[in-house]
Write a protein that binds this ligand. Structure first.
Ligand SMILES: [Fe+2]
Ligand SMILES: [Fe+2]
Length: 305
C-alpha cells in the first residue's frame, strides 16, 4: 500500500464580501478592519489558485485541510467557500477540520459545519459538527478534531472539550488495534509554547494526553501560518506534529509564502514509512518550487533517542 496525503491550511478565502451592519455588531468589526488593513493585500487568490493547481497535479489520494477557510464567518463567505471546496475535490477525498476564523462568533461554527457538511463528517456519521470524526481510506484513518470555538475580541484561542478529548482517545485506541496509519487533523497546534499566548490551544494537555494514551502516527495543524515540526509523546515513541504556512499567503513577507505538504505513507513490515515533501512559493515573482524533502520515519527514530 502506498498512500499520498496532501495537507494545506488557512486559505482565508477572499475577497471578503461586505458584511451586514448586524453582522458587524460583534467581534467581526475588528476582524473586518483587520482584513482591510492586512489580509486584503497579502492573501490573494493568485497564489492560492497556483498552489491548488500544483497540488492537484501531484494527484494525491486525499487532501487534509486544517481550517481557517474564511475570515469572519459571515453567511456571505460560507457559500463561496463551499464552492471552492467542491472545486478542490470530491468530499470523499477532502477532509476539513475547522479553524477559529470559521467559528469567529457564537453560532458561526454550526452554520459553517452545515454549509461544508460533506467535508467534515465521518464515514458513519450523519450529523454535521460531531467531533472527532473518523474516515478510513485504505490503511489510513483521518481523524478530524475541532479546536474551533468563538473567542473574545483580540483572541484566537482554540478549545477541545473534555468530552471530545475522551472520544479522541477512544477512537485512536480502536484504530490502533486495527493497525491503520492514524492522522489527526486539528487547527491549533497541540504543542505547548508553539504559539503566542493569545492564540494558543486552551487546555492543550487534554489533546496531548489523548495522543499519549491513544496513539497516532501523524498530527497535522495550521493556525500559525508557518512551517513547523514538533514532537509529542506517543505510547510507543514520538509522534510528529506538522504545521504548514497559509495556503494563500504572498511570498516575501514576514510569514512564509503559500505552501502545502505532501506525505507518502507506506507499510514497512509491521511499521510505517512516511516521507514528507513541501512545495510552495518562496520568492516574489517566482513559481512554485520544491522547498524540502524529509524522511519523517528517520527523523522519528532520531527524535526517540
Ligand atoms: Fe489562519
Ligand atoms: Fe487560526
Amino acid at each position: 500500500m502506498m498512500f499520498r496525503l496532501a495537507h494545506l491550511s488557512d486559505p482565508h478565502l477572499g475577497p471578503l464580501p461586505n458584511p451586514t451592519l448586524l453582522e458587524l455588531a460583534s467581534k467581526r468589526a475588528i476582524g473586518y478592519l483587520n482584513w482591510q488593513r492586512n489580509r486584503a493585500s497579502k492573501f490573494t487568490s493568485e497564489y492560492l489558485d497556483g498552489l491548488v493547481a500544483d497540488l492537484k497535479a501531484q494527484e494525491p489520494d486525499h487532501i487534509a485541510l486544517t481550517g481557517d477557510l474564511v475570515n469572519i464567518a459571515i453567511d456571505a463567505e460560507l457559500g463561496p467557500a463551499r464552492r471552492w471546496l467542491d472545486k478542490l475535490g470530491p468530499a470523499h477525498d477532502v477532509s476539513v477540520a475547522p479553524g477559529n476564523h470559521d467559528a469567529y462568533v457564537p453560532g458561526a461554527l454550526r452554520r459553517a459545519s452545515e454549509a461544508w457538511a460533506p467535508y467534515m463528517r465521518g464515514d458513519d456519521d450523519h450529523i454535521p459538527g460531531a467531533y472527532p470524526y473518523v474516515r478510513r481510506r485504505d490503511d489510513v484513518a483521518l481523524v478530524g478534531v475541532s479546536s474551533a470555538r468563538a473567542s473574545a475580541p483580540f483572541f484566537a484561542t482554540g478549545h477541545v472539550s473534555t468530552e471530545q478529548a475522551k472520544l479522541l482517545c477512544q477512537k485512536l485506541k480502536a484504530l490502533g488495534r486495527d493497525g491503520v496509519f492514524r492522522v489527526v487533523m486539528i487547527h491549533h497546534p497541540p504543542v505547548r509554547g508553539s504559539t503566542d499566548w493569545y492564540k494558543r490551544l486552551i487546555a492543550g494537555s487534554r489533546v496531548r494526553a489523548a495522543i499519549l494514551q491513544g496513539g497516532a502516527e501523524l498530527v497535522l495543524h495550521g493556525h500559525t501560518h508557518i512551517d513547523s515540526l514538533h514532537w509529542l509523546k506517543g505510547p510507543v515513541g514520538p509522534v510528529p506534529v506538522v504545521g504548514v504556512p497559509a495556503a494563500s499567503n504572498a511570498p516575501g513577507g514576514k510569514k512564509p509564502g503559500a505552501r502545502y505538504n505532501l506525505f507518502k505513507i507506506e507499510r514497512a513490515g509491521n511499521d510505517w514509512r512516511c516521507y514528507w515533501r513541501e512545495r510552495g512559493f518562496q520568492k516574489p515573482g517566482e513559481g512554485i518550487v520544491e522547498i524540502r524533502e524529509r524522511d519523517l520515519s528517520a527523523e522519528m527514530l532520531a527524535a526517540a533517542e
